[in-house]
Design a protein around this ligand. Structure first.
Ligand code: MG
Length: 375
């Protein structure tokens, strides 16, 4: 017997054995591997911020990050977990979580509805680490299909929103300077929640009359004072107020919602899909972030649900490289507002991806999440 014939018989025997376990796979997808050999790699990375970033109760100059890669069939999918320390994840927790992820046990890497719940069930919490895997898998699958995700979802890339540029709590001089630097942006996002709120808004209004969105980051503790501040903001060209009060004070926020002249957007109160229905009637809309909701799969579902409940939607971010920003940008034609300036706030972006052109989120036609790794 020739070697070729022996190897044919051996392969035929293997195929027969495999068919006994999974005949549908063998016959409907003859080119697929019978065993998924997808590899997952990860390494820590520290994002360096261009400016010290201050919100209601925190300041920092770096953001810990974990880069994730999945590889199969010579295609690499990229993902990322950005973990601002106040949210509780770290490079150590992400590393421990990702070490438990075994993608090879899922026979088909396209079956997100099988894979993502299984990854979610590995451990509670860890939303950024889970998002990193979700983003990398979507990048891989989009590249394998040769299409960007906005096309796979049927979205029009011309319908991306403008993105706001974030101005953190700072001194008058710095706020004035940052407002001038935000020249290309059509809308500003101003962090509030301290006793300098009126100074922040008045300083910006000395420089520009652009629309302003505001984010109190749970900083207002008293609902009567919060309402007075919102009424004042409504006279200053403010578009909406994000998370006016602490995330668990939904009754107070609902009270505000009944009286507020401005729309209220939920951020810290709304982490994942299951939270959306809980805040109907409390907020006018929700701020979805991939690092909170475990990735673009769940983010897409949250958008659909929020729309069905008549709510507004914005897409936000942490400080992130263009990897996670480009993943979120794929969804952006579906939302009312974007706050996707995370990659322009850092000095050491590892990726080329979606860009901001004249203040507007701008998608490219690369497959997957649309990124190329630099160097
Ligand atoms: Mg926010």
């Amino acid at each position: 017997m020739s070697i070729n014939r022996r190897s044919f018989l051996r392969n035929a025997a293997l195929a027969g054995a495999a068919a006994a376990f999974a005949p549908h796979r063998l016959f409907s997808h003859p080119n697929h591997y019978l065993v998924n050999d997808m590899k997952l790699r990860f390494y820590p990375y520290t994002l360096e911020l261009k400016h010290t970033f201050t919100i209601a109760n925190f300041s920092r100059t770096t953001t810990p990050d974990m880069m994730v890669e999945v590889e199969k069939d010579g295609i690499i999918g990229y993902g990322e977990a950005s973990m601002p320390p106040y949210l509780g994840e770290s490079q150590e927790t992400a590393s421990a979580f990702l070490g438990k992820v075994d993608l090879s046990k899922f026979p088909d890497p396209f079956q997100f509805e099988e894979i993502m719940p299984a990854i979610d069930a590995i451990a509670p919490g860890n939303p950024a680490a889970k998002a990193a895997v979700d983003i990398a898998l979507h990048d891989w699958a989009g590249k394998k299909m040769g299409q960007p995700w906005y096309r796979i979802w049927g979205l029009n890339p011309a319908k991306t929103p403008v993105t706001s540029f974030t101005i953190g709590i700072d001194t008058e001089d710095v706020v004035r300077q940052k407002t001038k630097e935000a020249d290309i942006y059509k809308i500003l996002k101003v962090k509030l929640g301290r006793d300098t709120d009126k100074m922040m808004i008045e300083t910006i209004r000395q420089v520009t009359d652009k629309p302003i969105t505001t984010d109190a980051n749970q900083g207002w503790k008293n609902r009567d004072e919060a309402l007075k501040m919102i009424e004042w903001l409504a006279t200053k060209g403010v578009v909406f107020v994000e998370q006016p009060m602490p995330k668990e004070q939904l009754d107070d926020i609902a009270w505000l919602h009944e009286r507020s002249p401005l729309p209220l957007m939920g951020d810290e109160s709304v982490q994942r899909l299951a939270d959306v229905k809980k805040v109907q009637g409390v907020f006018d809309g929700i701020n979805i972030k991939l690092m909170k909701c475990t990735g673009i799969r769940e983010a897409y579902k949250m958008i659909i649900l929020a729309r069905a409940l008549g709510m507004k939607v914005m897409l936000g971010c942490m400080t992130e490289t263009s990897c996670a920003i480009s993943a979120a940008a794929q969804l952006s034609p579906l939302v009312d507002w974007a706050d996707l300036d995370g990659a322009v706030l850092i000095k050491n972006d590892l990726f080329d991806g979606s860009t901001i052109v004249d203040g507007k989120v701008t998608l490219n036609d690369r497959p997957g999440i649309g990124v190329i790794k630099k160097k």
